[in-house]
Write a protein that binds this ligand. Structure first.
Ligand code: AMP
Length: 549
């Protein structure tokens, strides 16, 4: 039985199937069919390993036996918190083959986020590296498991550690496959294939069910816009756990057409440029925070970047000036990417004129994406005016996982997802992101749900009230500012609050970049915290009145 999720209405299902967007192909059979067509071609490369399609398929087959022996099977949720290594995709496709459901965690998530994810998804297994970026994930896994009774297995890529009882990933890939088929998934195209994490606004982060049909279509449509072919080589410079890197068109887009995926262990441009030269990378994806660093390195490097056809920049607002500089300095097409794990993906087109590429965040990849730029009454505002972006379509969710109350607020009565992004639409259909109505900070592409962090900060003995807001930042795009009113004489500083959050197991990127102490919190006439007044204060200090452009 598939996990329950809010379905698309029957008429839409018929429509999307008839149009060929949804083809009923699941990820369970994805590799086997690709291996048949492209067996000897290299599919996946990381710092230590190169795998052809045939090898990738065979290795995931072997892994399925180990996973099944552990007791994993259809619809079991498995937390995946792995860095950019081939094991991420070996595991991912093996889970697809047995019908289990990966839950994508971010590499930086810590106890607080992981416990929530484990409990909310009812996960039965958690897959971690031993050590990554100086952090011992086994300790984290032990802490999460100790309070999550449903989490039966911790699987470790690398050394599981003595006496932990954790399962070594390497031990799951039995070199002599047990009898029986590798692919046991009975999933249908319309069933949930994976759970992604939402950036979150209120309360704790929500889970986004993505179906085989909708996620496949997302990859295919994005790949078409980017002109991907079997000759394409995609560089994953950002974590593959991100929807952006996985599917826009990303890893799955490249593998769909028999291309090659190169997994970079970090986005440092010196290292990535060597990979571009060595592997003949044709398309890479970065965020606006990396754009200036990549620009500088591109001016200085000896690496041959001539294979690069498309450089994508997305996940946060790219300043128009930086976009212009990139267009001028890179000898390839710059593509703006505006998307969300919930679904909708907008891309500038490869043949869009520079003015569009440098001043817009692209247009939807599918002609079936229905975009409404709406006023407070949910009605379309006049063309060119600012409004909230509402969307529905063949790869945008109709409801978060097990979040009935939240879903009432997050969707219109006719199924449009309220993105919380403020946009303007150009006559060409391109969208310009001008701001955000959701209570979230986009810190260099990493989303910080304000209320979640405020809740943690309020637990500090000296904090009486707190409001977390974004402020423009030259490097990050936005940094987080905590306005606090304190109890008593001494106010905690940034370092103390960061240490406090770390103790509570909160991901480091959520710690406020700046702390400001207020005598009193500004309140609205109905006595609510007046974040608008605080935002206006930040704007006044910046001497500007809108988002960075
Ligand atoms: P996520 O689901 O983590 O990918 O976050 C999606 C959100 O990131 C969107 O709803 C936007 O708020 C923001 N975002 C993504 N791409 C862009 C972009 N190119 N410009 C501005 N905001 C963006």
């Amino acid at each position: 039985m598939a996990i329950d999720m809010t379905p698309w209405p029957g008429v839409d299902v018929e429509k999307y199937r008839a149009a060929g967007y949804w083809q009923g192909e699941t990820f369970a059979h994805f590799l086997t069919s690709r291996a048949r067509a492209h067996g000897d071609r290299v599919a996946l490369v990381d710092d230590r390993t190169r795998l052809t399609y045939a090898e990738l398929d065979a290795q995931t087959d072997r892994l399925t036996h180990g996973l099944r022996e552990l007791g994993l099977g259809a619809d079991d949720r498995v937390l995946v918190q792995l860095p950019n290594r081939v094991e991420f995709l070996l595991l991912w496709f093996a889970l697809m083959k047995i019908g289990a459901i990966p839950v994508h965690a971010q590499p930086g998530h810590r106890r607080s986020e992981m416990v929530h994810l484990a409990q909310h998804s009812d996960a039965v297994a958690y897959v971690v590296p031993d050590l990554h970026a100086g952090f011992d994930h086994r300790e984290l896994a032990a802490a999460v498991q100790s309070v999550s009774p449903g989490l039966k297995h911790v699987i470790v890529v690398g050394d599981p550690g003595a006496g932990t009882g954790f399962t070594p990933f390497s031990g799951l890939a039995d070199p002599t496959p047990a009898p029986g088929p590798a692919i046991t998934s009975r999933a249908l195209g319309g069933d949930a294939a994976l759970l992604l994490l939402s950036g979150g606004t209120t309360g704790l982060p929500k889970l986004i069910p993505r179906t085989h049909d909708d996620y496949r279509y997302n990859a295919v449509a994005a790949g078409e816009v980017c002109g991907l072919t079997a000759e394409s080589v995609y560089l994953a410079a950002l974590p593959v756990a991100f929807n952006y890197t996985m599917n826009c068109p990303g890893v799955l887009g490249a593998l769909t057409v028999g291309g090659r995926v190169v997994l970079a262990s970090n986005p440092d441009p010196g290292y990535c440029f060597d990979l571009i030269e060595r592997e003949g990378v044709t398309i890479a994806a970065i965020n606006p925070q990396l754009a200036p660093v990549w620009l500088d390195e591109a001016m200085a490097t000896d690496a041959d970047l001539s294979s690069l056809r498309v450089l994508q920049v997305g996940s946060a607002r790219l300043a128009d000036g930086t976009a212009r500089e990139m267009v001028a300095r890179f000898d390839c097409v710059i593509q703006q990417v505006f998307g969300m794990a919930e679904g909708l993906l907008c891309l500038t087109r490869l043949d869009d004129p520079p003015e569009i590429i440098t001043t817009t965040q692209g247009r939807p990849i599918s002609s079936a994406d229905e975009v409404r730029v709406a006023g407070p009454d949910d009605r379309e505002v006049p063309e060119g005016e600012e409004g909230e972006l509402l969307v529905r379509g063949p790869y945008t969710l109709r409801g978060y996982y097990h979040a009935d109350e939240h879903n009432v607020k997050s969707f219109t009565h006719d199924g449009f997802y309220r993105s919380g992004d403020r946009v303007r639409r150009r006559p060409t259909g391109h969208l310009v992101v001008v701001g955000r109505s959701k209570d979230q900070i986009n810190r260099g592409g990493e989303k910080i749900p304000a209320t979640e962090v405020e809740g943690h900060l309020l637990a500090h003995a000296a904090v009486r009230s707190v409001a977390l807001l974004p402020a423009p930042d030259a490097d990050l795009g936005e940094r987080s500012v905590a306005f606090i009113v304190v109890d008593g004489a001494s106010a905690p500083d940034r370092r103390e609050l960061a240490a406090f959050l770390e103790q509570r197991g909160v991901a480091a990127y959520k710690a406020p970049d700046e702390v400001r102490v207020l005598d009193v919190m500004p309140l609205t006439p109905v006595g609510k915290m007046d974040k608008k007044a605080l935002a206006a204060r930040i704007r006044a200090e910046q001497g500007e009145s809108g988002p960075s452009a």
